[in-house]
Design a protein around this ligand. Structure first.
Ligand code: FE2
Length: 288
């Protein structure tokens, strides 16, 4: 694989690789995500939204998803009684966070030889696939994601986190493409999100951060891969357009880096993180 982009990535903190994935692979992933939402029983979530401790219980549902396939609602999709105020198909913000290990379609998308070569070109000696997210960004309801660094949530020592952001549909400013702060990764990590004693998470402020820096939109076509340094500040707006902006993200870390026990994302001992190789086995086969 050509690594002409490596210097760009080191300078800017991101690189855009058009046509990395073909249309069929994008379509197949979107179809599978729609099936997962179809199979999801939204009514089972009512008990969470009707409890007095709605926020705490929903946080627990989220924090236990590091080794599961779970659906998460848009904040405007559910009313006080736990009822959906939009169609279920439009109510889901994202699916996370272990489809790459638990679903054959997502595994196939996430473990191609192209991606294995890309990870090697990124400098990984022994990459692990830490987290996957399918983001729907539905028309009119898809919510914003504020400026953040992925390493805030997926932290290793030393920092080894890289985000792979796949545009499954064309992403433009009006349907909420990514915005980035070029070079912003040079300023270090602004804060860490850590597990707290009350069962939730909290932020620990660190020395890094890039205040008031200009942000640049990344308008990209379906099939584009955007590689994001884990320290690069980025965001996306709410989607006020009539078109969705579906994307899939995969996060890599280095096996030899320390993965702190107070990171939010945890895996069960019998489901350790895996790399790209088929030697690692597949969890759905092991559990069937
Ligand atoms: Fe992010």
């Amino acid at each position: 694989m050509s690594v002409t982009w490596r210097a760009d990535l080191e300078r800017e903190g991101f690189v855009v690789l058009p046509g990395f994935v073909d249309d069929d692979a994008c379509d197949s992933l979107m179809r599978r995500a729609a099936e997962i939402v179809d199979e999801f029983d939204a009514r089972s979530m009512r008990s969470i939204f009707t409890t007095d401790e709605r926020e705490r219980v929903y946080d627990a549902y989220f924090l236990a998803s590091g080794d599961k396939v779970r659906c998460f609602f848009e904040s405007d999709a559910v009313d006080e009684s736990g009822s959906l105020v939009v169609d279920k198909g439009r109510s889901i913000n994202k699916i996370g966070h272990a489809m790459h290990d638990l679903d054959p379609t997502f595994n196939d998308f996430s473990r191609t030889s192209d991606l294995e070569e890309l990870a090697a070109a990124l400098g990984y000696a022994d990459p692990l696939l830490l987290q996957s997210m399918f983001i729907f960004k539905h028309p009119e309801i898809g919510g914003e994601v504020g400026v953040h660094q992925d390493a805030t949530f997926l932290y290793t020592e030393p920092n080894s986190t890289v985000g792979l952001w796949f545009a499954l549909q064309d992403a433009r400013i009006d349907n909420a493409c990514l915005w980035v702060v070029p070079g912003g990764h040079h300023h270090g990590l602004a804060r860490r999100n850590v597990r707290s004693a009350d069962g939730g998470t909290t932020f620990v402020e660190l020395a890094g951060g890039v205040p008031d820096s200009p942000q640049v939109p990344l308008e990209v076509d379906k099939g584009t891969l955007v590689v994001l340094d884990g320290l690069l500040p980025h965001r996306s707006d709410a989607n006020h357009s009539a078109r969705s902006r579906q994307a899939y993200t995969l996060h890599l870390i280095e096996r030899a880096a320390e993965y702190p026990a107070d990171n939010w994302l945890r895996r069960a001992p019998d489901m350790p993180l895996r790399g790209f190789g088929s030697r690692d086995g597949t969890y759905w086969e092991a559990s069937s």
